[in-house]
Design a protein. Structure first.
Length: 202
């Protein structure tokens, strides 16, 4: 098939790989409101397909799936191929993107990857702050996540605290990978290959 891009997460910079994506809808998230309009639209469109009661056993492209779940840019739409385990990304607004989206959505092999909501990722930040022992940093982070732009301000505060910044990356990675495992199970998919983070731990 020639209507999509594979391996798009390789374009992410170091900050994006470690959980700070300046292009996603987290920047528009207001903790005092509901999920961003982009996330509401994704749910209303209902792209996520249910399972037929049988498990699909495939080798997963773990790096691409991780990137798809954490990047909730409104222009980026990601799909998992239930037959091959590949993750493809379509950038809405690029040439031919609307037709590409229609083609993929009508192909039963493709499952829409709904990104983790800003609300859920905001809860991760709250939990991290609660676990922070240094009172000065804790106060700064609590102030940072108050109101729209919380994700960017949270990141900016942690730049001045390298050890805590690494601690945040580690905790966020665990949360993300738990979500991946639960998401695959909910979609009726069993991975034939071991995730790279499990290989690193062995």
């Amino acid at each position: 098939m020639d209507y999509y891009e594979i391996g798009a997460s390789g374009m992410m910079d170091e900050n994006e790989e470690k959980g700070f994506d300046y292009t996603d809808s987290n920047d528009e998230y207001d903790p005092d409101s509901d999920d961003s309009p982009y996330e509401q639209e994704a749910r209303e469109e209902g792209r996520a397909r249910g399972t037929n009661g049988e498990m699909d056993r495939i080798s997963i492209d773990w790096v691409e799936l991780e990137g798809a779940l954490e990047n909730n840019s409104p222009e980026l739409h990601s799909f998992l191929n239930r037959a091959t385990g590949d993750v493809i990304r379509i950038f809405r607004g690029s040439e031919g993107s609307e037709q590409k989206l229609r083609d993929v959505e009508n192909d039963l092999d493709f499952l829409y990857v709904e990104p983790i909501s800003s609300r859920e990722q905001y809860k991760w930040m709250e939990e991290f702050i609660e676990s922070t022992e240094e009172s000065n940093l804790k106060d700064k982070l609590n102030i940072a996540i108050d109101g729209k732009g919380a994700f960017r301000r949270f990141k900016d505060v942690l730049v001045g605290y390298p050890e805590d910044r690494e601690r945040w990356f580690a905790k966020r990675a665990v949360k993300l990978r738990i979500h991946i495992t639960e998401w695959l199970a909910a979609k009726g998919i069993e991975a034939l290959n071991v995730p790279p983070w499990d290989e690193d731990a062995s």
